[in-house]
Design a protein around this ligand. Structure first.
Ligand SMILES: C[S@@+](CC[C@H](N)C(=O)[O-])C[C@H]1O[C@@H](n2cnc3c(N)ncnc32)[C@H](O)[C@@H]1O
Length: 248
């Protein structure tokens, strides 16, 4: 594995318990509209679903409650996989879980899934092209791929005094490291065009791009806050984006 994946794997193993159920369907992201409002997923009854970056398994549990026939998940972190296994088993499900990076071949079946989704995990990949090509290969033709991640503008703006100031670069497409919950991690900034164009190259048609803040946050008075995921910020720019694509 490359050094970034190795570092992120150790850090996610160490952080796993603190993320138990924190970003899971029907939630797509902080202060973003939920699946209950967006209805991006097809009817899951009898469907085979795969979660990329499944974390603690809470999104897979939601799919199970919606009637999905098979629950499959993949995650870089061994600890997340073991948490997901326990959580889903306790809830009466029999998931098939793979401990692997999304950008590498890991033996998942080809042209098998009706729906592949990823809630706040795609941006962790070190190789977006390989991740999308792998995901395309797991889907049946006509299958749906839905994912959410931080909006690319988020890493370009800072709060200075009580203003959002464009202080970064939207153009630079580079990896950066920081400390998350006490652990060193590395992620990469990407432009929106990188996601759209890599989807096209992998054989997807993009059906929806959601760049919204939830209506509750937009309708109330938000006090000033410099927080990264604050309502004040969310009233000025979407914190997350969500894409629904279909494999040709
Ligand atoms: C914010 S959490 C997602 C939580 C999850 N969606 C849920 O429903 O609980 C991000 C997840 O991505 C995983 N991850 C990070 N890099 C990855 C990679 N390259 N391949 C697969 N999973 C990765 C992490 O281990 C972590 O579980």
């Amino acid at each position: 594995m490359n050094p970034v994946l190795n570092q992120n794997k150790s850090s996610w193993d160490a952080m796993a318990d603190t993320w138990f159920g924190s970003t899971a369907l029907p939630v797509y992201g902080c202060l973003a509209p939920t699946e209950d409002e967006l209805h991006l997923f097809p009817d899951l009854s009898g469907k085979k679903v795969l979660d990329i970056g499944c974390g603690s398994g809470h999104s897979l549990c939601w799919c199970g409650q919606k009637g999905a026939a098979e629950l499959w998940g993949l995650d870089l972190s061994e600890k997340q996989i073991s948490n997901a296994q326990s959580y889903l088993t306790e809830n009466g499900y029999h998931p098939r879980l793979y401990n692997a990076p999304m950008e590498q071949e890991c033996g998942l079946p080809k042209e098998y899934f009706d729906v592949v989704y990823s809630i706040y995990a795609i941006g962790w990949t070190t190789d977006l092209k390989a991740a999308f090509c792998n995901i395309a290969s797991y889907l049946k033709p006509g299958g749906v791929f839905i994912f959410s991640w931080d909006h690319p503008l988020m890493s370009c703006v800072d709060v200075i005094d009580d203003k959002l100031v464009f202080s970064g670069s939207y153009i630079k497409d580079e990896a950066f490291s920081y400390i998350q919950r006490g652990q060193p991690v590395t992620v990469q900034n990407r432009r929106m065009s990188a996601y759209i164009n890599e989807l096209a190259d992998a054989g997807f048609v993009t059906e929806r791009l959601i760049e919204e803040t939830d209506s509750d946050t937009l309708s109330r008075a938000a006090e000033f806050s410099s927080g990264y995921y604050s309502p004040w910020r969310a009233q000025k720019l979407p914190l997350s984006f969500i894409i629904k694509a279909r494999k040709l």
